[in-house]
Each structure stands twice: as C-alpha cells, then as structure tokens.
Design a protein around this ligand. Sequence first.
Ligand SMILES: Cc1cc2nc3c(=O)[nH]c(=O)nc-3n(C[C@H](O)[C@H](O)[C@H](O)COP(=O)(O)OP(=O)(O)OC[C@H]3O[C@@H](n4cnc5c(N)ncnc54)[C@H](O)[C@@H]3O)c2cc1C
Length: 501
Amino acid sequence: MSALEVDVAIVGGGFGGSLLAMALRRAGLRIALIDRGRHPRFAIGESSTPIANLVLQDLCREYDLPNVAPLAKYGLWQATHPQLVSGIKRGFTYFHQEAGQPFVADAQHSTELLVTASSSDQHSDTHWLRQDVDEFLFREASVAGAACFEDCEVAEIDTNGHDITLRLVNASLPSEEESRLIQTRFVVDGSGEGQFLAKRLRIQDLTHELRTNSRTVFAHFANVTRWKRCLETRGIDTTDHPFDCDHAALHHVFEGGWMWQLRFNDETVSAGFVQDLNRGERPDLSAAAEWESWLRRFPAIGEQFANAKIVRPKGGLRSTGRLQRKLARAVGSWWAMLPNTAGFIDALHSTGIAHTLCGIERLGRMLIRSLGRDNLEPQLREYERCVLAEVEMIDLLVSGCFAAMGDFQRFATATMLYFAAATSYERARLASVGEFRPAFLLADDNRWVAVVRRMCDRLRETGNVKQFEREMVEAIRPFNVVGLCDPASRNMFRHSAMPEY
Ligand SMILES: Cc1cc2nc3c(=O)[nH]c(=O)nc-3n(C[C@H](O)[C@H](O)[C@H](O)COP(=O)(O)OP(=O)(O)OC[C@H]3O[C@@H](n4cnc5c(N)ncnc54)[C@H](O)[C@@H]3O)c2cc1C
C-alpha cells in the first residue's frame, strides 16, 4: 500500500487543528488533517474574547487567510459569513443567585458585575456556533491544500526510522480495505479530550495537581427569556449597564458553582450549570433530572427557562465528570500537542479559544522555521514550558473565583485578577512591534505569577472583604491598565474595552 507523504500530520480537526493546517499549508508544508468525526458536528466552547480575536486577526495576516479574518469581529463576520451562526459578545456579565430566592439588585450593583470587552457591536467579540465554524474552517483547510480525512482514526503509529507512519482506518468501516498509510515528519495532537497521543504514549496525567475541580451539565436551548427582560419585568433598573447584559458571556454565580449563557443570533442559547466538586458530590441523577433540580433551586433562572426547549446536541443534555486535565508532557522529539490537548481547566473566563490560538501561533512558527533542523527540539521544550505554565495560570485564576462563589463581592474582586491579566496582555500586544512572545495571560511574568498565587491563597482565607479589596487594589496596581477595582464604578466597568484596532 503506498503512503501519502506529508510534513505534518494533525490529529483532530476542530477549529484548532484546521487553523494550524491552513497556516502550515500557506507556508508550503504538506499537511494531513485527520478527525475521527464528521463535520458538521456539535462542539462546546463558543465564547471568544478580545485576546482570541487579536490573535486570530494576527494569524490571518501572517498567513494570508482573508476568508477567515472576518471571524475576528462581529460586524465583519455578519457582513461576510452571515450563514455561520454567531452571537454578539460585548463583555462579561455576572449575577448573584441565592438558592430559593428571587434575584435582587440594588443601586450599588452589589449583586451584579459587568465588565466591558468590546466598545461597539461592530468590533465586538463573538460566540461561535462551533458546528458551523469548525466545519467552515475544516473545509477551508482542505481548500488550502491539506489532505483532510473525516471519520478516520489512527489505528497504528510506527516511529521506527526517520519518518513516522500512521495507519488510518475509517472509524465507521474499520476494515483493512479502508485503511490508509500516511508518512509524516511530525505529528500534532489537536484531539482535545480525545487525548490521542496521551493514551498511546502513556503520558503521565497530572490532573490531581490542579486546584479547580468542576463538572457541568449543558445543552443549547430555544425560547430562553432574555435576562434583561427578566430584570425589567421585576422593575430592576438596567440603565447603568454599559452594554446589553445578554450580549455577553452571561454568568449566574452562586454558592458551589455557576451557570453560563451564550446567546446566538438565531436566538438559541448555549447554557450550562457548572458544579464545584470541591464543595459537593456529583448528584446521582439523570442529566434531565439534574437540570430540573438546578432550575428549581434558582427560581429566577427557572423563570428564564420556563418555556425553553433543547435544540442541540442531538442526544439532548450532556453531563460530564471532572472537566480538568493536565498532562506532564506536551511535546516530544516528533510530536507536540495543541494547548487544549495538553490541559484544560473550566469554561469560566472563556480562556479556551484564546489559549488554543496562542498555541497555534507559537507552534506554527516553530514548525515552519525549524522542522527537520536541530534547533526544533529546544524550541519545542520552550513551547511545552509555556503551555503548561499557561494551564497553571488559568487554574489559579479560575480556582480563585470558585473559592469566592457564594460571596458575590469577594467573587467580583477575584475576577479582577483575570481582567488585569487579560487587559495587560491585550494592550502589550497591541503596542508591540514585530513578533509578540509573552505567554497567554502573563503566565511567564514572574512578578504577575507571584501576585496571582498570593491573592489566590488569600481568597481561600475568610476575612474582611473590604480589607481583601484593598489588598487586591495594591496587588494588581502595576497591571491595572483599565481602572479595575475602582469603587466608583460600582461593579459597572465601561472603560475596560480593548481599544479598536
Ligand atoms: C464545557 C466547556 C465550555 C467551554 N467554554 C468555552 C468558552 O466559552 N470559551 C472558550 O474560549 N473556550 C471554551 N471551552 C474550551 C474550548 O472548548 C476549547 O478550547 C476548544 O474546543 C479547543 O479547540 P480544539 O480545536 O483545539 O479542540 P476540540 O474542539 O476539542 O477538537 C478536537 C477534535 O479532535 C477530534 N478527535 C478527538 N479524538 C480524536 C482521535 N483519537 N482521532 C482523531 N480525531 C480526534 C474530535 O472529533 C474534535 O473534532 C469550553 C470547554 C468546555 C469543556
């Protein structure tokens, strides 16, 4: 059987694998892109951020991807690819919910937090309906010349000799006739939770080192009442909100967990409850019974979902075990993992898409410049160090917030660590000339890492919230470029949007 010869085989054709395939193709490398599923397929992880869009735009410039570039801004996306379902995300909104109680608000917004990310709808971040976006990018990778395989799994890897040989089998028809050989110089694992290489190479699992310990139950729904309408129906004034609170990654936050709501412009909503497993066991309930129990527990959310109908995925609600993963290795001499394969923490702070894009940027350059050269391996080690440090940083930022859920002002103060890291990264990147090298969320800045560690430890201690707020103001001062923690804002942050570019 003759083998298809490529330079890089990418296992996993989510948006990450497809974008990397396009970038490498543009630089002239021969690529195979392999997915065990078939597009369009449901995927979770939809909410982009200013960093995600900045990196996406830079990737599109660097690799001349004019058809993909419009996805970096809501207005351009609507003008260019309106058939791909998306949603406006002007920022992050958080509302405190008490079990068994209606939602209450006050003039100080002590149960609300709105942090602006984009200054206008035109320049706004987006929610990606992943089945549309991932299919589009997979097809674009094929148009760019990648050899694309769907419904295919790698049955064998032979690493003897100079090249690596993969034997693909068609996942739906696993017979010898359906197998195909691919000879490659390098393998990228973009399989995410599929953990393609981790299973084969028996890479040590370091998940137990992570502080965050959460799980979720989720689906996409139609007929979810807008939260703004719920507030207005209750006579709660929303005129202080810097943007429409539903045009956001909307979070309901409560003791022991939180809920996300991401509204698409076809009026469907991605929604999920996330449970903190450090504070309670996974309930022994079906996904549907669990969903109903969450809605009964938080009556204001129950009202929002009173007429809701599940529209995706086909099988209905999905219920997970622990979400986190972290591996001891992210690279070897002939392979590397995309960030979401090496580690994942939680949906809080919407870090996944941006982290993946940062990994593509770094790994893409390395492979283009150094594949086949002696200097690739030290660069891979540096990539590994960076990706794993980023996973640890996200774990600190997220676990700090989990520790504060239930005490909303403490939680709001905890989120400031994430917003300080994100806005500092955005501004540094916008001001930089040439290649931007710092790690995602300043994970390689020792001063910043020390601040986050210290404040996350403080978050686990009980104590006076005002004192904690004062400490936070001081701790983040060198990184506070947008007026975070300003009491005059009364939890309504309107000057934190990324400058238009
Ligand atoms: C509940 C939840 C909510 C999230 N919310 C957000 C959010 O709001 N914002 C955000 O930025 N991020 C979010 N994320 C993270 C986000 O989902 C990931 O960062 C993103 O999906 C990474 O994309 P990817 O293309 O690298 O991998 P994936 O999307 O995981 O794609 C992996 C691909 O590999 C394929 N595959 C798997 N195993 C194999 C195999 N053995 N062989 C061949 N193919 C294989 C799969 O079919 C899939 O197509 C969330 C994650 C979770 C779990």
